[in-house]
Design a protein around this ligand. Structure first.
Ligand code: HEM
Length: 430
């Protein structure tokens, strides 16, 4: 594969990603003052805040209009995430189900607990350490050292987009082949684009969903072959597919299709999320001149910076839920069958949960932000994504001294109402 076709593909993916990010930028340039006002005056209210801010709301689903509510306080959002029987993840099924099929995020009850056990058994620290040492660490180091010589970059396209997809690709034990990796990445992005269609805009939905279904179908066939192969050869390897094939909980083993659905769901769940999160970490650092060099001089700050940046600018600003029974919160009655927007990025800036919440403070005493969710559906990849981001940041600090925003390129800042990320990240270094 030549450098040209590789960078052409990266540019193409990057453009699609920017278009998708801008769709989710909405009509409100800075949501935090709006959150603060509402948190103060109407912390629970009937209404659809994302839609009021000009973006499609996942909790509204795809069917006829339903009653919509919005929660903004840390305590309320936290309680709703914990009570997953009352506040279910059903809206994900309505919006992402047609493309993704049945995946863990949409499940409840026994089936969900079964999957959590399967994954908890697999995502152990020793497995993550092994993958990091053999696969991700060297890959990140290679990508960064190659980039370092260029002295400038639009990091979103050059690094943030490709590296988490390569991490997933490696985790699955897929062949070391740049062509196949590119194809895999393209399918992943097309699927992600489908999940972000505005369902109130049928024409756009048809196009994005059509492409996404095609990509999902191709991925399904591709991955199913690999799962069947690993099963047939009774693979004892330590890649995720082989581990899933071998896994057994309470005498139950996973079917091939179940494995494929799960593995395919990791493309948006582990790829795009890490792209956006690490972009937000870097953007937050770049927006504060001097901070990068401070961290470079004291690497013990790396975990704090990542944690604080993810509190300050979480990527999934709104988590969608559907109520299964009538509830009342702060005097507001929410009937069964309502869509509920949990405004996580408001919860993470709630003054009752975090002191001086609008201050980016790398010395803040750690308290769990809700960026990775909480309770039954809390992210299974939190540890892995933090390892990846830590390795990537350390490698940049090693090889790209004095990194700063490129003064000759436009930088728009972190944008978005449903998902937040900078549409581009132009930087230079010495
Ligand atoms: C920084 C990157 C990431 C962020 C911000 C993130 C965020 C989240 C959030 C917010 C949820 C819960 C959504 C909800 O309750 O509505 C979630 C679920 C999940 N995440 Fe992540 N994620 C990240 C990376 C990863 C990675 C790397 C993996 C896998 C290796 C992963 C696997 C999962 C899975 C399997 C679930 C579903 C858990 C369940 O439903 O029980 N995530 N993630």
């Amino acid at each position: 594969m030549s450098d040209l076709s590789h960078s052409a593909k990266a540019a193409e993916l990057s453009k699609a990603f920017v278009a998708l990010s801008l769709q989710y930028a909405g009509t409100c340039a800075d949501p935090y003052p709006v959150y603060a006002e509402k948190r103060h005056n109407t912390p629970v209210f009937e209404g659809d805040l994302p839609r009021e801010m000009g973006v499609p709301s996942i909790a509204a689903g795809v069917g006829p209009d339903r009653k919509m509510f919005t929660l903004l306080k840390y305590a309320d959002v936290h309680a709703a995430l914990v009570d997953s029987e009352t506040f279910t993840t059903e809206p994900y099924r309505e919006v992402f189900g047609p493309v993704q099929g049945e995946i863990i995020l949409m499940m409840g009850g026994t089936e969900h607990r079964f999957w959590r056990t399967v994954l908890t058994n697999i995502f152990q620290k020793k497995t993550l350490d092994d993958w990091t040492a053999r696969l991700f660490g060297p890959t990140i180091e290679r990508r960064i050292t190659e980039l370092a010589a260029k002295k400038k970059s639009e990091l979103l396209g050059d690094f943030m987009l490709p590296f988490p997809l390569e991490v997933v690709y490696q985790m699955l034990g897929l062949p070391v082949d740049p062509e196949q990796l590119n194809q895999f990445s393209e399918w992943a992005l097309l699927m992600a684009l489908g999940g972000m269609a505005d369902f109130k805009n049928p024409e756009q939905t048809r196009e994005l969903m059509g492409n996404a279904m095609m990509a999902a179908d191709n991925l399904f066939k591709h991955l199913k072959n690999i799962v069947q192969q690993r099963r047939a050869e009774n693979s004892q390897a330590a890649d995720l597919i082989s581990l899933l094939v071998r896994s057994e909980v309470d005498g139950r083993r996973l079917q091939d299709d179940e494995i494929v659905y799960f593995v395919r769901s990791l493309l948006p769940a582990a790829g795009e999320t890490t792209t956006r999160s690490f972009s937000n970490v870097l953007a937050t650092i770049m927006e504060r001149p001097g901070l990068y060099e401070q961290i470079r001089a004291d690497r013990s700050l790396v975990p704090n910076v990542i944690n604080e940046a993810l509190r300050f600018e979480g990527i999934i600003a709104v988590m969608p839920r559907l109520t299964t029974r009538d509830v009342e919160i702060r005097g507001v009655k929410i009937p069964a069958g309502s869509g509920v927007n949990l405004i996580v990025n408001s919860a993470n800036r709630d003054e009752d949960a975090f002191e001086n919440p609008n201050e980016f403070n790398i010395n803040r005493k750690f308290k769990m932000p809700l960026t990775f969710g909480f309770g039954a559906h809390m992210c299974m990849g939190m540890m892995l994504s933090k390892i990846e981001m830590g390795a990537a940041l350390n490698s940049m600090l090693d090889h790209m001294p004095n990194m700063r925003l490129n003064p000759n390129e436009e930088y728009l800042g972190i944008k978005g109402i449903q998902f937040r990320t900078p549409p581009s990240l132009p930087v230079i270094w010495d």
